[in-house]
Design a protein around this ligand. Structure first.
Ligand SMILES: NC(=O)c1ccc[n+]([C@@H]2O[C@H](COP(=O)([O-])OP(=O)(O)OC[C@H]3O[C@@H](n4cnc5c(N)ncnc54)[C@H](O)[C@@H]3O)[C@@H](O)[C@H]2O)c1
Length: 370
């Protein structure tokens, strides 16, 4: 059967667009990259040549008006997400946006409600939901194989060094630091595994200034956290302990650590990003240590995804299933998973963590509109 053609525009063609969005879309039959938009003329020219795209714009309004794509990918610094999403929705486009969806919870409520009103497909790019080990862990939790879930822990530890890291180190461009960058993904997959978080108690810490380049050239100093931790109580009574850091020596540059460990009444299981095709599993009982379990074939990719799960770097290729989910939802006329709703939910939790840290107390997570 010939699939319906979908014309997609790419807005923001930097790091994540080149690594994840473009290659994911490029693999899907009857998806046309209709045009590119980025205010950086050198990067735009480079992408135009690499990807052989005719229509390239520096201004998003002109881009949407002239190219008129069916759908757009928004992969810009966080501050640009809301205005660009609202502009694309007004132009009638389906939208996938990078995370965090907005700069704060109020932003994400506005974005979610605008998308609902527009009646288009909307998706938040929570990429880690697509890791094979995460697909299987979700199955183990939801099928009841682990029993009643009691405790969970989530860690993202990396070493980005001590020098400037661009827009990510500024509150006015990123909203928050490590929480919005790495923490928001873990909030999302924790809720996907265990249901909604009811309340949190958290702490943030900024250690470095990142106020000069390696050659000594001064830059504006960082003003966001480079470490964050929180304890969460889920609505079902389970507890979660989370820690994320950008300065944890021993975990960089490619040795980043990403772990989700779930302890249930019947068994425990562990997802680790860096062994994406296996989980650790241990049954209840003394002398039942963790053993590696391969991820069964059916969980290695999303159903129907055009990629061969045994081809390419397993740490990268699962990310392409995100584009498959977006395009499939458009073609099937159903909600994307995860949608802007989940982007808003994660931001409600993130705002509660920041408030808890600032006020040094427990904070209930705000209710979200449906
Ligand atoms: N899902 C993931 O795993 C993941 C990983 C990395 C980054 N991200 C997210 O992706 C987004 C981009 O991150 P990145 O690392 O690619 O950043 P980047 O700086 O490499 O690229 C951002 C691009 O957006 C462009 N841009 C800025 N303003 C624009 C505008 N108004 N219109 C069009 N383009 C504009 C910039 O010129 C730049 O080329 C961020 O929100 C980040 O949090 C997500």
């Amino acid at each position: 059967m010939t699939e319906k053609k979908v014309r997609v525009g790419l807005i923001g063609v930097g790091g994540i667009c080149g690594a994840v969005h473009y290659p994911g879309l490029d693999r899907i039959a009857e998806v046309e990259i209709a045009g590119l938009c980025d205010p950086n003329p050198e990067l735009l020219a480079k992408r135009q040549q690499e990807w052989e795209i005719d229509h390239c714009y520096q201004d998003s309004a002109a881009f949407l008006r002239d190219v008129h794509p069916d759908a757009v990918v928004i992969a810009t610094p966080n501050i640009e997400h809301k205005p660009l999403i609202l502009q694309a929705l007004a132009a009638g486009c389906h939208v996938i946006s990078e995370k965090p969806l907005g700069m704060n919870f109020a932003d994400t409520v506005e974005i979610y409600q605008a998308a609902k009103k527009a009646g288009v497909r909307h998706m938040t790019a929570f990429t880690y939901r697509f890791v094979p080990g995460m697909n299987y862990l979700r199955h183990l939790v939801h099928s009841g194989e682990l029993g009643e879930i009691r405790h969970a822990r989530f860690q993202r530890l990396q070493d980005w060094g001590e020098f400037p890291i661009g827009w990510r180190q500024y509150k006015d461009l990123a909203g928050s630091g490590e929480l919005g960058d790495m923490g928001i993904h873990r909030i999302d997959y924790a809720e996907n595994l265990l249901g909604q978080i009811a309340a949190v108690c958290g702490m943030t810490k900024q250690w470095v200034q990142r106020d000069h380049m390696p050659d000594g050239q001064p830059v504006r100093a960082q003003d966001v956290e480079d470490w964050v931790s929180w304890i969460a109580e889920f609505k079902n009574g389970a507890t979660g302990v989370f820690e994320m850091g950008k300065l944890t020596k021993g975990y960089g540059p490619d040795g980043g650590h990403d772990l989700a460990e779930i302890n249930g009444s019947k068994a425990s299981a562990v997802y680790r990003l860096h062994t994406p095709h296996e989980v650790l599993f241990a049954k209840a009982g003394r002398n039942q240590p963790y053993e590696a379990r391969p991820v069964p074939e059916e969980f290695l990719k999303r159903s129907g995804s055009p990629r061969d799960p045994h081809e390419g770097d397993p740490l990268q290729v699962f990310r392409f299933d995100q584009a498959w989910e977006f395009i499939s939802a458009i073609r099937e006329g159903r909600d994307c998973v995860p949608s802007f709703y989940e982007g808003m939910r994660a931001q409600a939790v993130a705002d509660a963590i920041l408030q808890a840290a600032a006020e040094r107390r427990w904070v209930d997570v705000s209710d979200c509109p449906v």
